[in-house]
Design a binder for this molecule. Structure first.
Ligand SMILES: [Zn+2]
Length: 484
């Protein structure tokens, strides 16, 4: 008889399902397997040949660190391969986009357009936009292209969402948090829910009007969207705030010539993050705050500390990422009761970049300091951040245990965790971060029977075999809805 192991259903508390769902209709620009910019441009050209003129085309998965040319495409190159379609090639980080002239025209960006707060329109020497848009500057392109895809045919969009969720079920995911939901993506979820097309639960972490938008909690439409009652399968009530940016680098303290200098850029002044956190408490809204670098992590901790009064003791205080942070930040994080939603699986595709962010001799900083945080009592969850990385929980657990990039580079191996700990982080801890510790995350009487059957015991098998584990069955609410 074949051996099998049953574990609680995996909870991917930080995922971008509403972006990933459209991948089948987008140009697959994933690097790897593509290894050159030429291949990426060819794929876009082929796709555009079959797209109706004028229709938005999105490309996904491109990461310049994995192409031979080690650079992003130019506006001219995209014009050449896509003369009749506005093209938005999303950087694999989702923090930048590369576009052609038609796309810039569609959203009214020309040489006179000012840089938006929290973003940059890259320009050549003559001041003409190069087609590279960083952070908030890519917002209108993200929105225009995503909305165009979603609204083309809502029923088809619901089918795509459902199909992506079935892919998640096949790797054992039985709950996701979508870490960036706009008004339009909330509409997609509501339509899917009304049609019974959500095969498992989804938590919406609401952004502002756009992808990385700054939140305005004076606006009733945004408050109403966040607080709109959900259902058995669709949960709202939480807002997402971005503190620091991936480009030109997160808010990290770096040593320069012996002195500690703050590099990187933040979306908000510190006081504004605190003000938003306080307002959220008043409104009864949950918060998930994105902070990648150690400076941003401090800002998040300050915000949670200053917004303490009036908050219920069981409120979930989420910090997303902490990619490059300090072990000495852990005690305060634990004391504040923060849930750290970490993504060590991103070491696979991005490990070398994070090592660069930290820089030589920056020993006070660690990349994905998961073990340091957990050892000090911080409740750490593992999450994919897909499509920025793989969505397979066993692959992410393997990376958290083995601490190597896809190219084999060690990524702060002293932060490796034991498989059993990684499993807890992907189940019961992630349930807590999602506000669901009473309902999910463990196999207990009274909880939902969300279960995963694996073909091996990932806690005891050799570490190099963890990522090879296959999910043979997935149960949601006691019903087997995926099996091999
Ligand atoms: Zn994310």
């Amino acid at each position: 008889m074949a051996r099998a192991t049953v574990v609680p259903g995996f909870i991917d508390a930080h995922n971008h399902l509403s972006i990933a769902a459209f991948a089948p209709d987008c140009v697959d620009c994933a690097t790897p397997p593509k290894s050159s910019l030429t291949e990426v441009l060819e794929a876009i050209e082929q796709h555009c040949k079959h797209a109706p003129p004028g229709q938005w085309v999105r490309g996904m998965g491109f990461n310049m660190f994995h192409v031979r040319e080690m650079r992003n495409p130019t506006r001219g190159e995209l014009d050449e391969v896509a003369p009749h379609n506005p093209v938005f090639l999303i950087d694999a980080s989702c923090h930048a986009g590369f576009v052609n002239s038609l796309a810039l025209d569609r959203v009214g960006i020309d040489e006179h357009a000012p840089d938006p707060a929290g973003g940059e329109i890259e320009r050549d020497k003559a001041g003409v936009p190069t087609g590279t848009l960083l952070e908030n500057a890519a917002n209108p392109l993200h929105s225009a292209s995503w909305n165009a895809y979603a609204e083309r045919d809502w029923d088809h969009s619901v089918q795509l969402l459902n199909a992506k969720m079935r892919e998640y079920l096949a790797v054992g995911i039985t709950f996701v948090g979508d870490a960036m939901v706009t008004a339009k993506s909330a509409e997609l979820y509501r339509r899917a829910d009304a049609q019974g097309m959500l095969p498992f639960g989804v938590q919406m972490l609401h952004a502002g009007d756009h992808f990385f938008d700054t939140h305005d909690l004076r606006r009733s439409d945004i408050i109403d969207r966040i607080k709109q009652p959900g259902s058995d399968r669709l949960i709202g009530g939480t807002m997402k705030i971005f503190v620091d940016r991936a480009y030109p680098g997160p808010a990290i303290d770096k040593m320069h010539n012996g002195c500690c200098a703050h590099t990187g850029v933040a979306f908000y002044p510190k006081t504004e993050v605190g003000r938003l956190a306080k307002k959220a408490v008043e409104l009864g809204i949950g918060t998930a705050i994105h902070g990648m670098g150690n400076c941003a992590v401090n800002t998040v901790m300050d915000a949670y500390e200053s917004s303490r009064s009036g908050r219920s003791s069981d409120a979930v205080l989420r910090l997303e990422h902490a990619f490059v942070a300090e072990p000495r930040q852990a005690p305060r994080m634990a004391q504040l009761g923060i849930d750290l939603v970490a993504n060590p699986g991103l070491a696979g595709l991005w490990g070398e970049l994070f090592n660069l962010w930290r820089g030589d001799g920056q020993d006070h900083l660690r990349v994905f300091p998961v073990k340091s945080m957990a050892d000090e009592g911080v409740r750490v969850s593992l999450a994919s951040d897909h499509p920025c990385g793989t969505f397979s929980p066993v692959e992410i657990i393997a990376t958290a245990v083995n601490r190597k990039s896809l190219k084999g580079t060690p990524i702060d191996p002293e932060e490796a965790i034991a498989p059993a700990e990684a499993l807890r982080m992907y189940t019961i801890n992630a349930a807590h971060a999602s506000g669901l510790a009473g309902q999910q995350g463990s196999i207990e009487v009274g909880k939902r029977a969300n279960l995963v059957v694996l073909d091996r015991d990932i806690v005891t098998c050799p570490h190099e075999q963890i990522g090879l584990a296959r999910v043979t069955a997935t149960y949601v609410d006691g019903i087997c809805i995926h099996s091999l």
